[in-house]
Design a protein around this ligand. Structure first.
Ligand code: SF4
Length: 279
């Protein structure tokens, strides 16, 4: 069996940066907390716990010390609360998320109705929403874009959650540019997501099966799975090597392995090792 590993697999620039900043922060004096998960990957979260970084769900759980904000970013109200509490901040917000936050803030200030293509329950989108002064409209698909009641005189600005599907973003942009005369857009989907999705498409076409390695709550990993599955039915989504099944490989000559931006190298290596041992 020939195995091809996607060039764009594992930690992206933003996650690597966040992980390195968090690891450096773990050496700070006093207690170190992280609000939410650094990334949606259990292996990484376990690793951080070992480095004495305590994961908390609410700011009330942190009394003193340092708090880490994740790569997904947070809204301005949280910065204020943390400063008031006298906690130190390690902000690992990815610079590409910061760009989307700034666009939302600036265009909302200029009187545009900001529309975000994204998942309303995702931390990144909640943060962008807050930076706009709680004024954005969030849509998850072209179907939802078509339900928007657009006013002739209003100005609209479309941006995206950084890990959304590029093709769907283009369809939404095409629809809104025809439906509204006052429309601007910024493709804030990050290059890492774009390259990863394009490569996954090609790998799914050229191989007999595809393995996607990623955390079950990782939106970008799940998106890779959906893309590959829509092209190649023999696509499998796993969190770790233990979930591999021998019967997936019985008649497979060419296999591709890809992984989400939050999947650590060590998890991918374990998957490759285990597949190598399947006879
Ligand atoms: S996927 Fe892109 S936006 Fe998200 S953390 Fe990685 S580099 Fe940043």
């Amino acid at each position: 069996m020939k195995i091809t590993i996607a060039k764009h697999s594992g930690f992206c620039f933003g996650v690597k940066r966040a992980y390195d900043l968090a690891c450096a922060g773990s050496r700070s004096r006093g207690k170190v907390y992280i609000l939410g998960k650094l990334v949606h990957n259990d292996d990484v979260c376990r690793d951080l716990r070992k480095k004495r970084i305590k994961e908390i769900k609410s700011l009330n759980e942190a009394k003193e010390g340092t708090i880490i904000f994740t790569a997904h970013g947070v809204g301005p109200r949280l910065y204020e609360k943390v400063i008031k509490k006298g906690l130190k901040i390690i902000d690992t917000t990815c610079p590409k998320v910061v760009k989307a936050q700034r666009l939302a803030k600036n265009y909302a200030k200029k009187g545009y109705q900001v529309i975000v293509f994204g998942d309303e329950k995702h931390e990144e989108v909640k943060g962008i929403w807050e930076w706009s002064g709680d004024k954005v409209k969030i849509i998850g698909s072209l179907k939802e874009a078509k339900k928007l009641k657009l006013e002739k005189k209003k100005k609209y600005c479309l941006i995206s959650q950084t890990t959304q599907n590029v093709e769907e973003f283009k369809r939404i942009k095409d629809y809104l540019s025809k439906a509204s005369a006052n429309f601007v857009y910024f493709n804030t989907i990050c290059d890492s997501t774009d390259s990863r999705q394009n490569e996954t498409r090609k790998l799914a076409e050229k191989n007999d099966a595809v393995i996607v390695v990623g955390g079950r709550d990782s939106a970008n990993s799940r998106r890779l799975y959906e893309i590959a599955k829509s092209i190649n039915l023999k696509t499998y989504f796993i969190e770790n090597a233990r979930q591999l099944k021998k019967n997936w490989f019985s008649d497979i000559k060419k296999l591709a392995i890809t992984a989400g931006a939050s999947t650590p190298e060590w998890a991918i290596s374990k998957v490759i090792d285990k597949i190598g041992k399947i006879d």
